[in-house]
Write a protein that binds this ligand. Structure first.
Ligand code: HEM
Length: 426
C-alpha cells in the first residue's frame, strides 16, 4: 500500500474487538491488526491479556512451536483473573486433561492411541451413515418450505455422527444432544448449567467405558466403535487410564461438534450470499462431479471457518513471534480467521472462490495438534452441503443478513440461527 507523504493521513483508529459488530464481521478488524499490529497484546472480555497472532506466516510458525505449551499450568495467571480466565482446564482437571490441553510425551501417547482407533478407513466406512443422517434430517422439514438450518440440520447432524462413532447407544443420543446443546449455547466455559451438563456427560461416559470394557469381545468385530477400540488399544500394552479415556471421548465430542455445526452453518450462509459460486457448485453436482465440492469445502473453511482462534497456548520460555517478544507464561492466541485472509499468502483473500487451488488454509490448525477429525469433518461438510443444495435447489435466506446473530464465544465462529425458505418438496 502506498501512503501519500504530503497529506499525512491520520492513522486508522484501533478497531474495537469483541463487540457485536465485530462478531458479525471481524475481518476488517483483522486486516487492521495484520497490517498495523500483527502480534498484539490484547485484553479479552474475561480480563485476561493474550497475544493475538494474525499473519499467516507467524500463525503457522506459532502453531508448530514447541516452546508454546498447551498445558494451562504454564499460564502466568494474573491475580485479578483468578478463576475467571475462561481458559478450559485451568482450574479443573479430569475431562479437561485431553489432547488440546497437553504436550508431548503424553500428547504423543494419547494421540497415537486414538489415531489407531480413528483411522481414515473407519471414517470412510461411516459415509453411508452420514448420508442417511443428512437425508433423514432434511426429510423432517422438506415439505414445510422453511427451516432454521442451525437447529434442525447443522446442530443434530454432527452430534448423532459422533455418538455413533463413539458407540453411544441410539437411545441415549438425545441426552447427549441436550448436554452438548447446553454447552454450545452458553459458550463452553465450565460454569453453571454448563458445569452440570459436563458433570452428567462425565458420569455417563465413565459408566459407558466401564460397561464396554466388561463386555469387550476377544476379537474386534468389523466396524467396532471408537470407545471399544480405545479400550482395546489401551489393553494391549499402552496405558490409558479410565479418566484419559473419558477425556478423550469428551474432546472428540467437544472438538467435533460445534466446529462441524459451524462448517455447515457458515458454509451454507457464505453460499447463499454468493449466488454465482453457489450456482457453479450446483451445476457441478448436477453433472455428477465432486471436485468442486471438495475444493469448495476447503475454501469455505478458509473464507469463514468454524474456528476463529486456535485454542490457548502458553510460552514456556521467552520467544519472538513476528518480531515481538513474548515472555514466559504469556498466553498466545493464533487467529486462524485472520491468517486465512492474509494477502501475503492468498490471492484476493476476501473473495470466495470455490475453485481455489493451493489452498493451505489453517482452518484445521497445523503441527502436532492438527485436527484429528478432519476426515470426518470433510465427510460431514461435503455430505451436508451437497445434499442440501441438491434436494432444496432454490434455498434462500429468510431474513436480512443484518438480522442474523453470531454466537459470542472467543474461540468458535458460528451463527445462532439460519432461517431459510425454499419450494416445499416431498
Ligand atoms: C483439533 C478444527 C472437526 C477432533 C483441531 C484444531 C482445529 C480444528 C483448528 C487445532 C486447534 C489448536 O491447535 O489449537 C476443526 C474444524 C472442524 C473440526 C474446523 C470442522 C469443520 C473435528 C471433528 C473431530 C475433531 C469432527 C472429531 C470427531 C479434533 C481433535 C483435536 C482437534 C481431537 C485435537 C487434536 C490434538 O490436540 O492433537 N480441530 N475441527 N475435529 N480436532 Fe478438529
Amino acid at each position: 500500500m502506498t501512503v501519500d507523504p504530503v497529506s499525512h493521513p491520520a492513522p486508522a483508529p484501533v478497531p474495537e474487538l469483541f463487540t457485536w459488530e465485530f462478531a458479525a464481521d471481524p475481518y476488517p478488524a483483522y486486516a487492521w491488526l495484520r497490517e498495523h499490529a500483527p502480534v498484539r497484546r490484547t485484553r479479552l472480555p474475561s480480563g485476561v491479556e493474550a497475544w493475538l497472532v494474525t499473519r499467516y506466516a507467524d500463525a503457522r510458525q506459532a502453531l508448530a512451536d514447541p516452546r508454546l505449551s498447551k498445558n494451562p499450568a504454564h499460564h502466568d495467571e494474573p491475580a485479578h483473573a483468578k478463576g475467571r480466565t475462561g481458559i478450559p482446564g485451568e482450574r479443573s482437571a479430569n475431562l479437561m486433561t485431553h489432547l488440546l490441553n497437553i504436550d508431548p510425551p503424553d500428547h504423543t501417547r494419547l494421540r497415537r492411541l486414538v489415531s489407531k482407533a480413528f483411522t481414515p478407513r473407519r471414517v470412510a466406512e461411516f459415509a453411508p451413515r452420514v448420508q442417511e443422517l443428512t437425508d433423514g434430517l432434511i426429510d423432517r422439514f422438506a415439505a414445510r418450505g422453511s427451516a432454521d438450518l442451525i437447529h434442525e440440520f447443522a446442530f443434530p447432524l454432527p452430534i448423532y455422527a459422533i455418538c455413533d462413532l463413539l458407540g453411544v447407544p441410539r437411545e441415549d443420543q438425545d441426552d447427549f444432544r441436550d448436554w452438548a446443546g447446553m454447552m454450545i449455547r452458553h459458550g463452553g466455559g465450565p460454569r453453571g448449567g454448563v458445569a452440570r451438563s459436563v458433570k452428567k456427560m462425565r458420569g455417563y461416559l465413565a459408566e459407558l467405558i466401564h460397561r464396554k470394557r466388561a463386555e469387550l469381545p476377544a476379537e474386534p468385530a468389523p466396524g467396532e466403535d471408537l470407545i471399544s477400540g480405545l479400550i482395546r488399544a489401551s489393553d494391549h500394552g499402552e496405558h490409558l487410564t479410565e479418566n484419559e479415556a473419558a477425556a478423550m471421548c469428551f474432546v472428540l465430542l467437544f472438538a467435533g461438534f460445534e466446529t462441524t455445526v459451524n462448517l455447515i452453518g457458515n458454509g451454507t450462509y457464505a453460499l447463499l450470499r454468493h449466488p454465482e459460486q453457489r450456482r457453479l457448485l450446483q451445476d457441478s453436482l448436477a453433472a455428477g462431479r465432486t471436485d468442486l465440492l471438495e475444493t469448495g469445502v476447503e475454501e469455505l473453511l478458509r473464507y469463514d471457518g468454524p474456528v476463529e482462534l486456535a485454542t490457548w497456548r502458553f510460552a514456556t520460555e521467552p520467544l519472538t513471534i513476528g518480531g515481538q517478544r513474548v515472555e514466559t507464561g504469556d498466553p498466545v492466541l493464533v487467529v486462524l480467521a485472520a491468517a486465512d485472509r492474509d494477502p501475503e499468502r492468498f490471492d484476493a483473500p476476501d473473495t470466495l472462490d470455490l475453485t481455489r487451488r493451493d489452498n493451505q488454509h489453517l482452518g484445521y490448525g497445523h503441527g502436532i495438534h492438527y485436527c484429528l477429525g478432519a476426515p470426518l469433518a470433510r465427510l460431514e461438510g461435503r455430505s451436508a452441503l451437497a445434499t442440501l443444495l441438491t434436494r432444496l435447489p432454490d434455498l434462500q435466506l429468510a431474513v436480512d443478513s443484518g438480522d442474523l446473530r453470531w454466537r459470542g464465544g472467543l474461540i468458535m465462529r458460528g451463527l445462532r440461527t439460519l432461517p431459510v425458505t425454499f419450494t416445499p418438496v416431498g
